[in-house]
Design a protein around this ligand. Structure first.
Ligand SMILES: Nc1nc2c(ncn2[C@@H]2O[C@H](COP(=O)(O)OP(=O)(O)OP(=O)(O)O)[C@@H](O)[C@H]2O)c(=O)[nH]1
Length: 395
């Protein structure tokens, strides 16, 4: 290969340093996302590792130590990438394995570079050590991943898997060609090509980690934009989006869709008597009970103020009425402790389904709201269905 390896090393060192700066700057603005700082320091270690590899093989005294320290920096950098990935995924870090890996890298580096110099054996053992750590990194990225960020995880995981495969191939090739001259600066395919490809894959990993960060931030922003901060339930915007999707599904399958509007009774007086924080506590408790009562395929949202909305898939009005009654009783039986006082809450619920009002979300809300208003008018703490309001009800 006609490449000047030392020039390539200087370029890679500078590139890794730029990634260090990039991750360092990103870490300042990522809030509670963990792991980014580790990725920054990992790139700094690699940048220094590339710089030291530059000196290896030169006539300067002690150049063999450059290989030991350079390699150790690469090992530490890779471990930091892994700890960053695990912290990013909120998983526990296997410190024992990482310490063992770095210790083995240092020991074999000293043995094959300083005490008993054997470039070929060093290259084989290094390749096998890095094969194992890259495999652990790939595994950490390819299992138990968040669906919304799959692509970024796969990209980074595939880069690590390619690195592992490259290291294994390199070790096997070197074992099979005992006569080949081995050395970081020996300009033959068996030496230069794996080095250049591995370095490029390292940058592919860095791009992948940035992509993961980007996807996580987008997912967090989407989560914030679609959830109610107080109760954690979906917000109105999100349930309106889901309703459009459900409408298309129901048109396709012919399944009914039911809606429930739930409103806390005399909520203003709870706020007035116990204060807003107590009112917030009531809202959270109501949302909690409701969330636990629905199926995974149903949708529950805080529609506004003290009003909640439920969309129940493949459910008729009479089936929704059963659930609404169960919910009403659950709320009535629930007691909230506020200091020394016990507070009982009741709700009024309006129920409707698509068979009478169609699948337009706005029309379904209007119908359920009318039933809810009727429940309030009739004394509260009750469920009224839209169909029970009589044929005279205009829609
Ligand atoms: N604590 C708290 N109160 C809220 C929040 N959003 C709206 N509210 C209050 O909810 C109350 C709604 O009162 P009303 O619409 O008069 O309803 P109500 O007192 O429940 O009366 P009925 O619905 O007729 O039984 C108002 O006092 C709002 O200030 C919130 O996020 N937290």
């Amino acid at each position: 290969m006609g490449l000047d390896v030392r020039t390539v090393m200087v370029m890679f060192s500078m590139l890794a340093f730029m990634f260090f700066c990039l991750f360092e700057l990103a870490s300042l603005r990522v809030g509670s996302i963990r792991g980014v700082r580790q990725w920054a320091i990992a790139n700094l270690c690699m940048s220094l590792g590339f710089s030291l590899a530059y000196f290896y093989g030169q006539t300067t005294p002690g150049h063999q130590w450059a290989a030991v320290v350079g390699l150790t920096l690469f090992a530490v950098g890779t471990c930091l990438q892994l700890t960053g990935i695990l912290a990013f995924k909120k998983q526990t870090i296997p410190w024992g394995i990482l310490i063992l890996f770095v210790a083995m890298t240092i020991c074999q580096g000293i043995w094959f570079s300083v005490i008993n110099p054997d470039t070929r054996m060093r290259a084989i053992v290094n390749s096998l050590l890095f094969f194992s750590i890259y495999t652990v990194c790939a595994r950490a990225l390819l299992v138990k991943i968040e669906a919304s960020q799959k692509l970024a995880y796969w990209f980074t995981g595939a880069s690590f898997a390619a690195l592992a495969l490259l290291m294994l191939t390199r070790a096997v090739l070197m074992l099979l060609s005992p006569d080949a001259e081995v050395g970081l600066h020996v300009n033959t395919s068996i030496n230069t090509l794996p080095f250049v490809v591995a370095s490029l894959l390292e940058f592919s990993v860095a791009f992948g980690l940035l992509l993961m960060l980007n996807h996580r931030l987008i997912a967090d922003v989407y989560q914030m934009a679609s959830r109610d901060a107080l109760t954690g339930a979906m917000n109105r915007r999100r349930i309106e989006e889901e309703a459009v999707r459900l409408r298309a599904r129901c048109i396709r399958t012919g399944e009914p869709l039911a809606i429930m509007m739930i409103d806390i009774d005399f909520f203003k007086s709870i706020n007035d008597r116990y204060g807003h924080p107590a009112g917030d506590k009531v809202l959270r408790a109501i949302a909690d009970i409701a969330q636990k009562s629905i199926r995974a395929e149903d949708y529950f949202a805080r529609y506004g103020g003290e009003e909640f909305c439920m969309l129940l898939t493949s459910t008729t009005e009479s089936e929704a009425l059963d659930l609404a009654e169960r919910l009403r009783l659950a709320f009535a039986e629930f007691t909230l402790t506020l200091g020394k006082e016990q507070l009982n809450i009741t709700v009024s619920i309006g129920v409707a389904d698509s068979s009478m009002v169609g699948l337009e979300f706005a029309d379904m809300v209007t119908a359920a709201d009318k039933a809810l208003y009727c429940a309030k008018e009739n004394g509260r703490n009750r469920v009224i269905t839209y169909s029970s309001m009589g044929a005279g009800t205009t829609f």
